[in-house]
Write a protein that binds this ligand. Structure first.
Ligand SMILES: [Zn+2]
Length: 132
């Protein structure tokens, strides 16, 4: 089985991945107050470049999802079906995550989710699961 491809941290995203390693979810927040994700150098609201990493609760809700039956990468062969979801956080941003296998049947739009941290050698992935 091939290994799961991992996101390569870069100078702009390093703070996000360092927080994930500490099992903390952080988001970029502009000096104007707007949160954003994925990390970007400039604010899409005010074009300002003054921002900081702000810890958030990691609670959210399923905005939409798809049940994947054909793996897009060999690392997921034998793990289908699995759910890829867009999660909406109360800070006004959306994040994409696969859900744990036990959530495949129960997932629904609007279902509450929470972040959990999936530790790998290179990076720790913030992922989401249904709140039961
Ligand atoms: Zn701004």
């Amino acid at each position: 089985m091939s290994s799961r491809p991992m996101p390569p941290p870069n100078p702009l995203t390093a703070g996000f991945w360092e927080a994930a390693r500490r099992h903390e979810l952080v988001l970029q927040r502009c000096a104007c107050g707007r949160f954003r994700h994925y990390p970007q150098p400039l604010c899409p609201e005010c074009y300002g470049g003054d921002w900081s990493w702000v810890p958030v609760s990691g609670k959210g809700a399923i905005y939409t999802y798809t049940v994947t039956h054909r793996p897009f990468h060999p690392a997921w062969a034998g793990q289908t079906p699995y759910v890829v979801a867009t999660v909406e956080l109360p800070e006004g941003v959306r994040m994409v995550s696969d859900l744990p296998p036990e959530d495949t049947e129960a997932v629904r739009i609007g279902a509450p989710v929470e972040v959990f941290f999936d530790d790998h050698e290179a990076v720790t992935l913030p992922r989401f699961r249904l709140v039961r």
